[in-house]
Ligand binder design. Structure first.
Ligand code: ZN
Length: 177
Protein backbone atom coordinates (compact mmCIF):
# COMPACT_ATOMS: atom_id res chain seq x y z
CA UNK A 1 0.00 0.00 0.00
CA UNK A 2 1.32 3.43 -0.93
CA UNK A 3 2.11 5.61 2.01
CA UNK A 4 2.27 9.39 2.04
CA UNK A 5 5.81 10.45 1.16
CA UNK A 6 7.55 13.04 -0.99
CA UNK A 7 6.31 13.02 -4.60
CA UNK A 8 3.01 11.31 -3.84
CA UNK A 9 -0.37 12.95 -4.35
CA UNK A 10 -2.40 12.78 -1.16
CA UNK A 11 -6.13 13.19 -0.85
CA UNK A 12 -7.20 13.90 2.72
CA UNK A 13 -10.15 15.08 4.74
CA UNK A 14 -9.13 17.43 7.52
CA UNK A 15 -10.64 19.45 10.31
CA UNK A 16 -8.66 22.27 11.90
CA UNK A 17 -9.46 23.62 15.35
CA UNK A 18 -7.89 26.08 17.77
CA UNK A 19 -6.74 23.89 20.67
CA UNK A 20 -7.47 26.58 23.28
CA UNK A 21 -11.13 27.10 22.45
CA UNK A 22 -11.91 24.00 20.39
CA UNK A 23 -13.32 26.36 17.78
CA UNK A 24 -13.18 24.98 14.25
CA UNK A 25 -11.46 27.28 11.73
CA UNK A 26 -11.53 25.08 8.65
CA UNK A 27 -12.74 21.70 7.46
CA UNK A 28 -12.92 19.79 4.19
CA UNK A 29 -15.73 17.61 5.50
CA UNK A 30 -18.50 19.59 3.86
CA UNK A 31 -16.99 19.19 0.42
CA UNK A 32 -14.34 17.33 -1.50
CA UNK A 33 -11.14 16.17 0.15
CA UNK A 34 -8.03 18.32 -0.10
CA UNK A 35 -5.70 17.02 -2.81
CA UNK A 36 -2.05 18.05 -2.87
CA UNK A 37 1.40 17.10 -4.06
CA UNK A 38 3.47 16.10 -1.04
CA UNK A 39 6.91 17.59 -0.48
CA UNK A 40 6.63 20.64 -2.75
CA UNK A 41 5.89 23.33 -0.19
CA UNK A 42 2.22 23.49 -1.09
CA UNK A 43 1.23 22.98 2.52
CA UNK A 44 2.33 24.39 5.86
CA UNK A 45 5.45 22.45 6.95
CA UNK A 46 4.12 20.68 10.04
CA UNK A 47 1.02 19.42 8.28
CA UNK A 48 3.02 17.36 5.79
CA UNK A 49 5.54 16.22 8.37
CA UNK A 50 2.83 14.84 10.63
CA UNK A 51 1.07 12.80 7.97
CA UNK A 52 4.22 11.34 6.39
CA UNK A 53 4.08 7.55 6.28
CA UNK A 54 0.32 7.35 6.75
CA UNK A 55 -1.84 5.18 4.51
CA UNK A 56 -5.44 5.14 3.25
CA UNK A 57 -7.95 4.90 6.07
CA UNK A 58 -5.53 6.16 8.67
CA UNK A 59 -6.43 9.17 10.82
CA UNK A 60 -3.83 11.35 12.51
CA UNK A 61 -4.36 14.09 15.07
CA UNK A 62 -1.66 16.60 15.83
CA UNK A 63 -1.08 20.09 17.16
CA UNK A 64 1.23 22.52 15.39
CA UNK A 65 3.04 25.42 17.00
CA UNK A 66 3.06 28.64 14.91
CA UNK A 67 6.57 27.93 13.58
CA UNK A 68 5.27 24.69 12.02
CA UNK A 69 2.15 26.40 10.71
CA UNK A 70 1.86 30.01 9.53
CA UNK A 71 4.80 31.45 11.47
CA UNK A 72 4.74 34.41 13.81
CA UNK A 73 3.40 37.84 12.92
CA UNK A 74 6.11 40.46 12.38
CA UNK A 75 6.09 44.26 12.65
CA UNK A 76 7.55 44.54 9.16
CA UNK A 77 4.30 43.11 7.81
CA UNK A 78 2.35 46.01 9.31
CA UNK A 79 2.57 49.00 7.00
CA UNK A 80 1.26 52.54 7.08
CA UNK A 81 -0.40 53.51 3.84
CA UNK A 82 -1.47 57.10 3.12
CA UNK A 83 -5.26 57.45 3.36
CA UNK A 84 -5.11 59.13 -0.05
CA UNK A 85 -4.04 55.79 -1.58
CA UNK A 86 -7.55 54.50 -0.96
CA UNK A 87 -10.50 55.72 -3.01
CA UNK A 88 -12.17 58.54 -1.11
CA UNK A 89 -15.61 56.97 -1.32
CA UNK A 90 -14.35 53.63 -0.01
CA UNK A 91 -15.62 53.02 3.52
CA UNK A 92 -12.74 51.91 5.73
CA UNK A 93 -13.36 50.12 8.99
CA UNK A 94 -11.17 48.67 11.68
CA UNK A 95 -10.70 44.95 11.23
CA UNK A 96 -11.74 45.07 7.58
CA UNK A 97 -9.97 42.61 5.25
CA UNK A 98 -8.98 43.99 1.87
CA UNK A 99 -7.09 42.67 -1.11
CA UNK A 100 -4.06 44.33 -2.67
CA UNK A 101 -1.36 43.50 -5.18
CA UNK A 102 0.80 42.49 -2.21
CA UNK A 103 -1.84 40.11 -0.88
CA UNK A 104 -4.70 40.34 1.61
CA UNK A 105 -4.41 42.66 4.61
CA UNK A 106 -6.42 43.75 7.60
CA UNK A 107 -6.95 47.35 8.69
CA UNK A 108 -5.69 47.74 12.25
CA UNK A 109 -5.73 51.55 12.65
CA UNK A 110 -7.11 54.55 10.76
CA UNK A 111 -6.36 58.25 11.06
CA UNK A 112 -7.15 61.09 8.65
CA UNK A 113 -3.70 60.70 7.12
CA UNK A 114 -2.75 57.03 7.34
CA UNK A 115 -4.27 53.58 7.32
CA UNK A 116 -2.30 50.92 9.18
CA UNK A 117 -2.44 47.69 7.17
CA UNK A 118 -1.52 44.33 8.64
CA UNK A 119 -0.26 41.95 5.96
CA UNK A 120 0.45 39.14 8.41
CA UNK A 121 -1.44 35.94 7.69
CA UNK A 122 -4.47 35.94 10.04
CA UNK A 123 -3.33 32.49 11.16
CA UNK A 124 0.19 33.69 12.03
CA UNK A 125 1.07 33.25 15.69
CA UNK A 126 -1.64 30.67 16.23
CA UNK A 127 -1.29 27.11 17.46
CA UNK A 128 -3.42 24.83 15.34
CA UNK A 129 -4.84 21.37 15.86
CA UNK A 130 -5.63 19.13 12.92
CA UNK A 131 -7.39 15.84 12.48
CA UNK A 132 -6.52 14.34 9.13
CA UNK A 133 -7.99 11.24 7.48
CA UNK A 134 -6.16 9.82 4.47
CA UNK A 135 -8.63 9.12 1.65
CA UNK A 136 -6.26 8.31 -1.22
CA UNK A 137 -2.54 8.18 -1.97
CA UNK A 138 -0.89 7.68 -5.34
CA UNK A 139 2.43 8.36 -6.99
CA UNK A 140 2.63 11.75 -8.69
CA UNK A 141 2.88 11.88 -12.47
CA UNK A 142 5.85 13.51 -14.25
CA UNK A 143 3.66 16.47 -15.20
CA UNK A 144 2.65 17.01 -11.61
CA UNK A 145 6.24 16.91 -10.43
CA UNK A 146 7.26 19.38 -13.17
CA UNK A 147 4.45 21.78 -12.24
CA UNK A 148 4.83 21.35 -8.50
CA UNK A 149 1.14 20.65 -7.86
CA UNK A 150 -1.48 17.93 -8.14
CA UNK A 151 -3.71 17.57 -11.20
CA UNK A 152 -7.07 15.91 -11.66
CA UNK A 153 -10.07 16.02 -9.31
CA UNK A 154 -9.33 18.39 -6.46
CA UNK A 155 -6.10 19.56 -8.09
CA UNK A 156 -5.34 21.81 -11.02
CA UNK A 157 -7.36 20.97 -14.09
CA UNK A 158 -5.86 20.38 -17.48
CA UNK A 159 -7.99 20.18 -20.55
CA UNK A 160 -6.94 18.10 -23.50
CA UNK A 161 -5.55 20.23 -26.32
CA UNK A 162 -5.77 23.40 -24.26
CA UNK A 163 -3.78 26.11 -26.06
CA UNK A 164 -2.32 27.89 -23.09
CA UNK A 165 -0.79 24.69 -21.82
CA UNK A 166 1.86 24.66 -24.54
CA UNK A 167 2.28 28.42 -24.42
CA UNK A 168 3.27 28.72 -20.79
CA UNK A 169 4.07 25.08 -20.11
CA UNK A 170 1.35 24.99 -17.52
CA UNK A 171 -2.37 24.63 -16.90
CA UNK A 172 -3.33 28.17 -17.82
CA UNK A 173 -4.64 28.36 -14.30
CA UNK A 174 -3.90 31.69 -12.64
CA UNK A 175 -2.83 29.85 -9.52
CA UNK A 176 -0.47 27.73 -11.51
CA UNK A 177 3.30 28.00 -11.24
ZN1 ZN B 1 -0.12 22.24 -13.82
Amino acid sequence: MTEISKDTVASVHYTGTFPDSGEMFDTSREGDPLVFLVGHKGMIPGFEREIMGSTVGETRSFTLEPEDAYGHPTDEMVQEVPRAMFPEEMPLDLGMMLMSDAGPFRIVAITDEVVKCDFNNPMAGKTLHFEVEVMEVRAATEDELAHGHAHGPGGHHHHEGEQDKSENDCCGDTNCC
